[in-house]
Design a protein around this ligand. Structure first.
Ligand code: ATP
Ligand code: LTN
Length: 340
């Protein structure tokens, strides 16, 4: 073990990932990436661009390539520090798919069939033409997390069920074969854990579903952000006051609150006697200002592509060293003969 690893072994470990399946949006930032950055203060962090998850839905080759680098750039621009954290691309470390195979043998069809994301993504599709990868998606995610013996997994609310499945599979393996895995905890912020779509507050903000007006992309220009927020649906009434009967406004208040640091109550008081239009105009400026430094940094990273590639190369090497150690133990536990 190197000196550096000995020191870092004292801190709990974090693993998380985002898919390069489209443009990252404000929901990804508030629900996940913001927490990736914060957790570097207390944890050893490993952040992955999960390209093998993205291909469970058909991707255009050139877009997948670009989106993969874009997600890495977004991590770095938001404040993930490659001196402290490991940043890498999932497909660069083959241990993920190898562990997935082994975990497949102890995961139940019934468990996977109950996953909400699977049900959502296959709603209306004929069973005969649904890809096996979409079904098996949570097992690859379990492999991602368990390979690094992660204690904590920062994700948005929608991924909680997958982390719970990961816990079940880890416990099942440890019980059946002897301890090899750490059972991880999901870390979900109440604030920002579920940012809703701008045109339908019943759906989460998403990059793969819904129209362009339903989300704010990390790289949206200021005028685009202003237009999208102006057009965002609001509830009936005129008062700027949140609550369960006003899901659309509550979502906008949440975004305002997280990005400005003001409480919902403070914001409501600020807009007493004013209408939605004033509130939305100010919210747009809050979002524009919050994203500006990230956008600037992303543009810098795009101008010098070699930096990100170097980070990803080093990241894959460091990740692989950890992953291979876990995998060796798993092989031994299962009874696979070590390669001479
Ligand atoms: P899609 O948006 O296309 O459904 P996704 O965003 O769920 O895909 P990822 O890019 O892998 O897929 O998600 C990255 C992280 O962002 C995950 O931790 C996920 O839980 C979180 N996340 C995604 N959408 C939201 C949202 N609307 N609010 C909060 N967090 C979100
Ligand atoms: N399924 C996750 C992405 C993901 C992930 C992971 C998150 C893949 N592997 C491991 C945390 C830990 C999603 O957000 N759609």
């Amino acid at each position: 073990m190197s000196g550096q690893e000995e020191i870092s072994a004292r801190r709990p470990r974090v693993f998380s990932g985002s898919q390069p399946s489209g443009t990252l949006h404000l929901g990804n930032y508030l629900g996940a990436i913001r927490n990736y950055v914060a957790m570097q203060e207390t944890h050893d962090c490993i952040y992955c661009v999960v390209d093998l998850h993205a291909i469970t839905v058909r991707q255009v080759r050139a877009d997948l390539r670009r989106n993969t680098i874009d997600v890495a750039n977004a991590y770095l621009a938001a404040g993930v520090d490659p001196e402290r954290s490991i940043v890498f691309i999932q497909s660069h470390v083959p241990a993920h798919t190898e562990l997935m195979w082994i975990l497949n043998t102890i995961t139940y069809m019934g468990e996977l069939r109950r996953m909400t994301q699977f049900k959502d993504k296959t709603a209306g599709a004929e069973g005969e033409s649904i890809g096996v990868g979409l079904f098996d998606y949570p097992v690859l995610m379990a492999a991602d997390i368990l390979l690094y013996r992660a204690d904590a997994v920062p994700v948005g609310e929608d991924q909680k069920q997958h982390v719970e499945l990961t816990r079940d599979v880890a416990e099942r393996f440890n019980h059946a074969f002897g301890k090899a895995f750490v059972v991880p905890d999901p870390i979900i912020r109440t604030e920002g854990g579920r940012v809703m779509s701008l045109d339908d507050p019943a759906k989460k903000m998403s990059k793969s579903a819904g129209s362009e007006n339903s989300y704010i992309a990390l790289m949206d220009a200021p005028d685009v952000i202003r237009r999208k927020i102006r057009r965002a649906v609001t509830d009936s009434g005129t008062e700027v006051r949140g609550g369960p009967e006003k899901p659309a406004l509550t979502n906008l208040l949440d975004i305002y609150s997280i990005l400005s640091g003001a409480t919902i109550g403070e914001i409501e008081r600020r807009y007493e006697g004013k209408g939605y239009a004033d509130f939305k105009a100010d919210l747009a400026e809050v979002v524009v200002e919050a994203l500006a430094p990230i956008q600037t940094r992303i543009r810098e990273l795009e101008a010098d592509k070699s930096y990100t590639l170097e980070v990803l190369k080093t990241g894959a090497e460091r990740a692989e060293a950890i992953a291979e150690r876990t995998l060796a133990k798993v092989r031994e536990r299962v009874g696979l003969v070590p390669r001479p």
